[in-house]
Design a protein around this ligand. Structure first.
Ligand code: HEM
Ligand SMILES: *[C@@H]1O[C@H](CO)[C@@H](O)[C@H](O)[C@H]1NC(C)=O
Ligand SMILES: *[C@@H]1O[C@H](CO)[C@@H](O)[C@H](O)[C@H]1NC(C)=O
Ligand SMILES: *[C@@H]1O[C@H](CO)[C@@H](O)[C@H](O)[C@H]1NC(C)=O
Ligand SMILES: *[C@@H]1O[C@H](CO)[C@@H](O)[C@H](O)[C@H]1NC(C)=O
Ligand SMILES: *[C@@H]1O[C@H](CO)[C@@H](O)[C@H](O)[C@H]1NC(C)=O
Ligand SMILES: *[C@@H]1O[C@H](CO)[C@@H](O)[C@H](O)[C@H]1NC(C)=O
Ligand SMILES: *[C@@H]1O[C@H](CO)[C@@H](O)[C@H](O)[C@H]1NC(C)=O
Ligand SMILES: *[C@@H]1O[C@H](CO)[C@@H](O)[C@H](O)[C@H]1NC(C)=O
Ligand SMILES: *[C@@H]1O[C@H](CO)[C@@H](O)[C@H](O)[C@H]1NC(C)=O
Ligand SMILES: *[C@@H]1O[C@H](CO)[C@@H](O)[C@H](O)[C@H]1NC(C)=O
Length: 541
């Protein structure tokens, strides 16, 4: 009889994904796309660098001879964070609650992998891709970059404000308890076998935290005394199943000296080896089963959390689009990504724009660099908006004309999102007339400064608010945005014929972006600035 493990659709290359394409811009979806697909190369995200997932045989927190692996830490953290889920009342799930000491220090969460992963997450999580989403992306990268299948990734997880109820399975528990725990998490007994066999293709059990399961190993290649689940512990493959079925396994949860803690043995054998036999006999069935179960594991979230559609790479994606006012000149900086292209296959790229006066402008873009994802499986080509080819230079434009939307022509083919174009917001922008009154550094190294932030606002637009946004964390460590309103000026201060200034004196040295409410919609700029930046010239000089 066939077992019902894999009624699933395999993702076969993102450029052919059939789901309806989202429209740019969407700050959250564009940031999720960047986290998921702009992994290396030009505009590569920090996740890859800080997670160390560009190398699967290395361990960031101790090096290559520890017996540990980065990929294993990410996958175990994601599972333990999710494993608190209760399908009946919808509590728990993948929500980064394992960062709380109260949850992390429970016996069911023994080990230092949770500290490691959250140390990394604190440098990569952002306002659009929080801790839980970043954890999910990192788990996806760990699987994909270390030999595993592509995982359908959705975003939109919400970071918990408190620990969840306990519920992670432990090796000394009996089979009945494990079946009940996986049922509570939303997985059938067959799926339990699959999920454990998929997770335990990476890593192993460490003596330090499980001295009753693993002895000291005295192996210079395995300094942290990790007894691995299979012979290829830094790679995704079905050896965990093959070695179990063939009887050659060294899995410490199968052949451990104390049978009480041989939980993998009880779980793997719980259906008379039917599931493990099929996973052992077919690497492709193992891969597709794991792709499905890992995606479901990552998508197990508390009731009420609404996940996005599966994130697919936009074929044409502008990024870092930023307007700046420089007196009589309006500057536009940014880059655009062409998915599944190289410099050679993308060739000539032209940018056209519809201005506010009904005319169409154009320029040829310069190649900025190549990007790659999924261990080099996917490539993209980036072009800078500036025709000189410098990716971070800007186009100079007439402020009176402004810009409503961009379009691109790549080797003669128009890319305009089905006619709507790529809408940009020129109603407000940072003005280079912003300036620094003074700054000083105390003997302790604390920097204080006083400056004026000027925002150029287009005359005649319905702009109800403009404010500085700084990123901080609330008492529970969640990322929040603090907004500081910039008052509407009492009388108009013209920058040029089309724009006027709103100004704020500030003694904050924090980095900020600029938010605005226009016709009831909120917008945010992308570039981080601070009064200490070099574009804040001394005031009144
Ligand atoms: C009954 C269920 C499970 C039990 C009892 C169990 C038990 C364990 C134990 C005792 C360790 C050793 C941890 C350490 O030494 O730091 C471990 C490691 C690991 N587990 Fe599980 N596990 C279970 C299910 C899962 C699942 C469902 C996944 C993921 C899908 C998973 C992924 C991992 C990974 C990747 C490691 C290696 C960690 C490392 O080497 O740093 N486990 N598991
Ligand atoms: C990627 O681009 C190449 C040509 O540059 C094309 O042959 C291939 O079909 C594209 N892949 C997908 C999945 O669209
Ligand atoms: C899951 O939630 C239901 C409903 O609140 C509750 O009755 C049950 O005890 C919970 N299960 C566990 C294992 O906590
Ligand atoms: C994790 O970090 C916390 C806080 O730094 C520390 O108290 C705890 O001992 C660490 N846990 C492990 C297992 O290293
Ligand atoms: C086996 O492990 C269980 C659970 O950790 C423990 O209670 C028991 O004493 C162990 N037995 C032996 C012989 O070490
Ligand atoms: C499953 O396979 C293993 C390895 O061949 C064997 O030792 C074990 O007895 C089998 N278990 C069951 C329940 O058939
Ligand atoms: C703007 O004008 C001021 C003087 O009015 C001048 O000092 C400054 O260099 C100008 N800035 C730019 C970018 O042209
Ligand atoms: C680009 O602009 C120039 C004028 O600056 C114009 O002559 C040319 O026709 C434009 N090209 C396109 C494709 O619109
Ligand atoms: C210098 O900055 C301090 C606050 O940082 C402010 O109190 C003081 O007035 C400033 N001085 C001038 C000359 O602007
Ligand atoms: C900022 O401070 C300067 C110097 O104190 C003052 O002249 C100016 O009016 C202030 N501007 C705003 C917008 O508050
Ligand atoms: C400006 O936008 C606000 C917020 O949507 C709206 O209430 C107001 O009616 C608008 N005013 C004009 C003049 O369109």
């Amino acid at each position: 009889m066939l077992f019902p493990l894999s009624t699933l659709t395999l993702l076969t290359g993102y450029a052919t994904a059939s789901q309806p394409q989202r429209l740019w811009p969407s700050p959250q979806l564009d940031a999720l796309d960047a986290a998921r697909f702009d992994q290396s190369g030009f505009n590569g995200n920090f996740l890859m660098v800080f997670t160390g997932l560009d190398r699967c045989d290395n361990f960031l927190f101790g090096g290559g001879s520890t017996g540990r692996s980065n990929a294993a830490d990410w996958i175990r953290t994601a599972y333990h964070d999710m494993a608190t889920h209760n399908v009946t009342d919808g509590t728990g799930g993948l929500d980064a609650s394992i960062r709380f000491t109260a949850e992390k220090s429970r016996p069911e969460n023994a080990g230092d992998g949770f500290n490691n992963t959250f140390q990394v997450l604190s440098s990569v999580a952002n306002r659009y891709v929080g801790f839980a989403d970043s954890l999910a992306v990192a788990a996806v990268l760990a699987i994909e970059n270390c030999g595993g299948p592509e995982i359908a990734f959705r975003g939109g997880r919400i970071d918990a404000g408190e620990p969840n109820a306990p519920g992670v399975p432990q090796p000394q528990e009996d089979l009945e308890t494990h079946i009940a725990a996986f049922t509570r998490q939303g997985f059938t007994p067959t799926e339990m076998i699959g999920l454990v066999a998929c997770g335990h293709t990476f890593g192993g059990v460490q003596h330090t935290f499980f001295p009753d399961i693993v002895d000291e190993l005295n192996d210079p290649e395995d300094m942290e005394d990790v007894a691995h689940f299979d012979s290829t512990s830094v790679n995704f493959d079905n050896n965990v199943a093959k070695e179990y079925i063939s009887g050659s396994t060294q899995n410490p949860l199968v052949v451990g000296f104390n049978d009480t803690t041989n939980s993998d043995k009880r779980i793997f054998g719980s259906d008379g080896n039917v599931t493990m036999n099929s996973l052992a006999s077919s690497p492709s069935l193992y891969a597709s089963t794991c792709a499905d179960l890992f995606a479901r594991m990552l998508d197990t979230v508390p009731h009420g959390v609404q996940l996005t559609d599966v994130i697919t790479p936009l074929p044409v994606k502008p990024a870092n689009v930023e307007f700046t006012m420089a007196n009589d000149t309006m500057l536009l900086g940014g880059q655009v990504r062409f998915w599944n292209h190289t410099e050679e296959t993308a060739g000539t790229v032209q940018m056209l724009w519809d201005d506010q006066l009904g005319a169409i402008g154009n320029t040829t873009l310069g190649f900025a660099g190549a990007g790659s994802a999924t261990g080099g499986k996917y490539t993209s080509a980036w072009y800078g908006f500036d025709p000189t080819g410098s990716p971070f230079a800007s186009l100079s434009l007439d402020p009176a004309a402004g810009i409503q939307r961009l379009r691109f022509v790549i080797d003669g083919k128009l890319e305009d999102q089905g006619g709507v174009g790529f809408a940009v917001q020129d109603a407000y922008m940072f003005s280079e007339s912003s300036c620094l009154y003074n700054s000083s550094v105390s003997p302790e190294g604390d920097v204080t400064a006083s400056g004026r932030v000027d925002i150029a606002v287009r005359n005649g637009v319905n702009l109800t608010r403009v404010y500085l946004e700084t990123v901080t964390q609330d008492g529970e460590g969640r990322i929040v945005i603090v907004e500081i309103d910039i008052p509407r000026p009492e009388q108009r201060i013209a920058v040029n014929s089309a724009y006027s200034l709103w100004s704020l004196n500030t003694t904050s040295v924090d980095e900020f972006t600029i938010g605005a409410e226009i016709d009831g919609q909120t917008y945010s700029t992308t570039q981080l600035r601070s009064v200490l930046d070099s574009d804040f010239l001394p005031c009144g000089v």
